[in-house]
Design a binder for this molecule. Structure first.
Ligand code: F6P
Length: 353
């Protein structure tokens, strides 16, 4: 057990529905354990600049149901420099902040690990609609983003059906295809294009023609924003080759807003409580994760290495210091994740007609 007096909480990177539920849980759970909570505004930028105030239980009332983040968010270039990190550490010293909970994506965790290395115990909570933090099966905001996506696409489908059209729908997720894949499956997309899996445009066209002959009137193609500058041209080529009138829609930030779903509210609350528990138990440099539907914690440096391995960005020397078993486990975990994604992709090919 460590004796914390005052901890900070911040949100950084792209906002995600459910972040407020996590802020609320962190605040209420810490206060109930006699620890003061400081809400830090605009992520690490605000930490460097000292934009913060002490939260009471009531400051986090009526936010569990609100999208966005009441703490606001920012991406800061200065923070990643040594000078920026020292500024942040100094702010914490000046304000008596002895621990930090950082909610965000991989950039947020790199910041948390850098601060931990400079003496400030940090815990990360994964919050991003992209669900692209490899170490966890779930990130806050993902479920809401999926639900918003399918609602939007269902609407597009109505008008596609009326006009016998195809709609190519581009969705966010950066280079991760989780949103287009899962939403695509849920809307019965004729095709799903994601960066992780190779696709054959000619096969897609053939399938659309066959479906049209079979009597199908509406066609939805989901495409990840990670396949850059492709969707608009694809819609044009589909129209030219299949003579199905086609439109392109980019949902963009619209799926990042809105009230969080039940799943996001519940998991964010669980993660918020767990993050405080970890800090109070004297742990630091951990990220709260979901594994096999359970809340667990994983070393942030390990999580970042695993993430880089999964994304094919790892340099061999980054594995120095890990045991053979750890490396094998990392490789197996990444392979399992890829296999699960491929299986879903294949399943959609089999059942979309
Ligand atoms: O990481 C969340 C995310 O919404 C990605 O899906 C997207 O690529 C990116 O952020 C957009 O960033 P910005 O809000 O800076 O435009």
């Amino acid at each position: 057990m460590r004796n914390f007096k005052k901890i900070g909480v911040l949100t950084s990177g792209g906002d995600a529905p459910g972040m407020n539920a996590a802020i609320r849980a962190v605040t209420r759970y810490a206060i109930s354990h006699d620890v003061q909570v400081v809400g830090i505004y605009e992520g690490y930028k605000g930490l460097m600049e000292g934009q913060m105030r002490i939260f009471t239980d009531r400051d986090v009332s009526n936010i569990i149901n609100r999208g966005g983040t009441i703490l606001y968010s920012a991406r800061s270039k200065e923070f990643v420099t040594e000078e920026g990190l020292q500024k942040a550490i100094q702010t914490c010293r000046d304000n008596g902040i002895d621990g930090l909970i950082a909610i965000g994506g991989d950039g947020t965790f790199r910041g948390a690990t850098d601060l931990t290395a400079r003496g400030l115990p940090c815990i990360g909570i994964p919050g991003t609609i992209d669900n692209d933090i490899t170490a966890t099966e779930y990130t806050i905001g993902y479920d809401t983003a999926l639900n918003t996506t399918i609602e939007m696409v269902d609407r597009l489908r109505d008008t596609c059906e009326s006009h016998a059209r195809c709609n190519v729908v581009e969705v966010m997720g950066r280079n991760a295809g989780y949103i287009p894949l899962y939403a695509g499956l849920a809307v019965g997309a004729s095709a799903i294009l994601i960066p992780e899996i190779q696709f054959d445009e000619q096969q897609i066209i053939k399938k659309l023609i066959a479906s049209k002959e079979y009597g199908k009137r509406n066609f939805i193609i989901m495409i990840s924003e990670g396949i850059e500058n492709y969707g608009e041209g694809l819609a044009r080529r589909i129209e030219e080759t299949t003579h199905i009138e086609s439109r392109f829609a980019r949902l963009a930030h619209v799926v990042r807003g809105g009230d969080p779903s039940l799943r996001d509210r519940v998991i964010a609350s669980q993660m918020g409580v767990e993050a405080v528990r970890l800090l109070l138990a004297g742990k630091s440099n951990r990220v709260v994760c979901v594994r096999s539907d359970k809340i667990v914690d994983i070393d942030i440096a390990y999580a970042l290495t695993l993430d880089r391995m999964y994304k094919g960005k790892l340099k061999p020397e980054e594995l120095n210091g890990y045991s053979e078993k750890e490396i094998r486990d990392m490789r197996d975990y990444c392979a399992k994740k890829r296999t699960e994604m491929e299986a879903l992709y294949k399943m959609n090919l089999d059942i979309s007609k």
